[in-house]
Design a binder for this molecule. Structure first.
Ligand SMILES: [Zn+2]
Ligand SMILES: [Zn+2]
Length: 188
């Protein structure tokens, strides 16, 4: 069985070098659906609590929300950073509070202090799915990721390979000692 959650991400990007209107900077509300698969944990009658999928994913993915997403070779990148530098906001601003932990994978690097994500590949809906999987594959038993942005959409299915011990009282993953970090339940 699968549990899933949906996350909205608002972002600005462009397809650098693309011959079409998307080569100009523009914005979207993207909708990301993450499905996780496992057996049903009988105590709670769930695969995994959907709000926990959301929390785990949002922790890193909030770096894409209200962010500018540019490919690493896009000349807009140094141009934007120069402006942020001159304005004194590149290293952060007191009003920029919604920040996840900075991350760096083979496909994307997040700079939460200036709401920027630099990507290796063009951030199409397909590209976003690859980035999200890379970021979350070790945290969630991902079976499918779907991303839509306006009329564009893509999805990919994955083979979940983990077996996660979950709390029979609240459904979340037990830690390495078999203890629930939320309610303190201990696996016997
Ligand atoms: Zn777009
Ligand atoms: Zn628990």
């Amino acid at each position: 069985m699968k549990s899933f959650t949906t996350i909205q991400l608002q972002y600005a990007h462009r397809f650098y070098g693309f011959k079409g209107e998307a080569q100009y900077l523009h914005g979207h509300t993207g909708i990301l659906t993450i499905e996780v698969a496992d057996t049903i944990e009988n105590g709670v009658n769930m695969v995994f609590p959907c709000n926990e999928i959301y929390k785990t994913a949002w922790e890193v993915l909030q770096n894409f929300d209200h962010a500018l997403i540019l490919r690493e070779d896009d000349p807009l990148l140094p141009a934007v950073l120069k402006v942020y530098d001159e304005q004194g906001i590149r290293g952060g601003a007191p009003t920029n509070k919604q920040k996840g932990p900075a991350f760096k994978t083979a496909l994307a690097t997040a700079y939460p202090e200036c709401r920027l994500v630099v990507t290796k590949e063009t951030m199409t809906v397909e590209g976003m799915i690859k980035m999200v999987y890379e970021l979350l594959k070790d945290k969630l038993n991902i079976a499918k990721i779907t991303f839509t942005s306006g009329v564009n959409g893509a999805s990919e299915e994955f083979t979940p390979d983990k077996s996660i011990d979950r709390c029979p009282l609240c459904g979340i993953a037990l830690n390495e000692n078999g203890v629930c970090p939320k309610c303190g339940y201990k696996k016997r």
